[in-house]
Design a protein around this ligand. Structure first.
Ligand code: PLP
Length: 373
């Protein structure tokens, strides 16, 4: 401590800095609904990472605070309860569920298993290029990419045709990301049953809760009843737990054991207790879905008004053709404190916009119209 600053002054200064940082980084701070907040390039509103703008529910926060009482203990307090809760919701046995530190932990571990066992990955193009695909790159795993169909939906026929004996795993996001299309239950079930006789089939259902297409169905029951099919889910989206880290794997006991044997992380007691409360809090989930739809409708209106090509969403994000390179588009939006999604190959002019609160989405529309029309 310098002699120019008393201990009291130093404490006040560091508290102010900490307070400032908390505001700048806080998930709820980047919204026009927060008094005093101004979107800036440095502290923009997030339309970029498919996060939930409402954050963790009050019930989950309270449960997490209460769990501090047991957070000093080893032993996975609440883990059994969470697994059984999910088993009840999904109507599958608890032994077919694995609780992990976000679904990314399973995505990474599956890439690790493929790296160890050998073989290639078969996946649509584009699809979610983080976690599983990125880890696979780091492992030096060969990828066979199959372009999406003309309507940008995943082309199961083309994936079938692209299969070779070297393929060890097929990675399918349903809904897909960055294109928020879905594969329908009938075709996907047939595909999973057929292809899982030859390799692993991995269905990533990160956005499952947002789907409105009536022909969509989860593949969880199929994964539980068959070998070689794995489904993942996450609390990161509808539950707002992206920074809390709880995910789930569903599959046969054999495949889950294989994954468990390679996993290195654990889930914190605090996260687990938060997840239990969040899954029980159906009202907040309904609220998030309602707000998500309102924000999507605001974006659709903008797309229609300006004749922009776009994909109707089954998720908490949409995808539209900006008409210019996305990197240029996002730079100009960021000048106004609006952070949009990154570029995904091969659609370099298309941009992924995550839903934020409707109030913030209206601001995005204002910025778009000011900057581009
Ligand atoms: C398709 C998909 N799968 C998995 C993840 C990772 O989710 P988690 O936060 O559970 O690790 C994401 C995150 O955005 C995603 O979009």
């Amino acid at each position: 401590m310098t002699d120019k600053m008393t201990r009291r002054q130093w404490l006040t200064a560091t508290t102010a800095v900490a307070g400032g940082l908390m505001f700048a980084n806080s998930g709820t701070a980047q919204s026009l609904t927060i008094e005093g907040y101004k979107p800036t390039k440095e502290n923009p509103i997030h339309f970029s990472s498919n996060e939930n703008p409402y954050g963790i529910s009050r019930a989950a926060r309270n449960a997490m605070i209460k769990s501090f009482d047991v957070a000093h203990l080893y032993g996975g307090s609440g883990r059994r309860e969470l697994t059984e809760l999910i088993a009840g919701i999904e109507q599958v046995p608890a032994e077919n569920i694995l609780v992990t530190s976000g679904s990314a932990e399973i995505l990474h571990t599956l890439a690790l298993i493929v790296g160890i066992e050998g073989g290639s990955i078969l996946a649509p193009d584009p699809t979610f290029d983080n976690n599983f695909m990125k880890y696979a790159d780091r492992m030096g795993i060969n990828k066979i990419r199959v372009p999406v169909a003309k309507d940008m939906s995943i082309d199961l026929e083309a994936l079938r045709a692209a299969y070779t004996d070297d393929v060890s795993i097929i990675y399918l996001c349903n809904p897909n990301n960055p294109v928020p299309t879905v594969m329908h239950a009938e075709e996907l079930t047939k595909f999973c049953l057929e292809m899982s006789k030859k390799c692993y089939v991995f269905i990533d259902e990160a956005y499952y809760e947002y789907v409105t297409d009536p022909k969509y169905k989860t593949m969880v029951p199929l994964a539980v009843a068959n070998e070689n099919i794995i489904v993942t889910r996450t609390t990161s989206k509808i539950h707002g737990f992206a920074g809390v880290r709880v995910g789930f794997g569903f599959g046969s006991k054999n495949i889950l054991k294989k994954i468990k044997d390679k996993i290195t992380g654990t889930v914190s007691t605090i996260s687990i207790h938060g997840a239990i409360a969040s899954y029980k809090d159906k009202e907040t989930q309904k609220f998030v879905l309602r707000k998500n739809q309102q924000s999507l409708d605001i974006l659709y209106e903008m797309f229609e008004k300006h004749n922009l090509k776009y994909i109707k969403s089954n998720s908490n994000f949409t995808y539209f053709d900006t008409g210019i390179q996305v990197n240029e588009f996002s730079k100009r939006m960021l000048q106004h404190g609006v952070k949009v999604g990154r570029q995904f190959q091969p659609f370099t002019t298309w941009c992924r916009i995550s839903t934020s609160k409707p109030e913030d989405t209206r601001y995005l529309v204002e910025v778009y119209e000011k900057e581009f029309t």
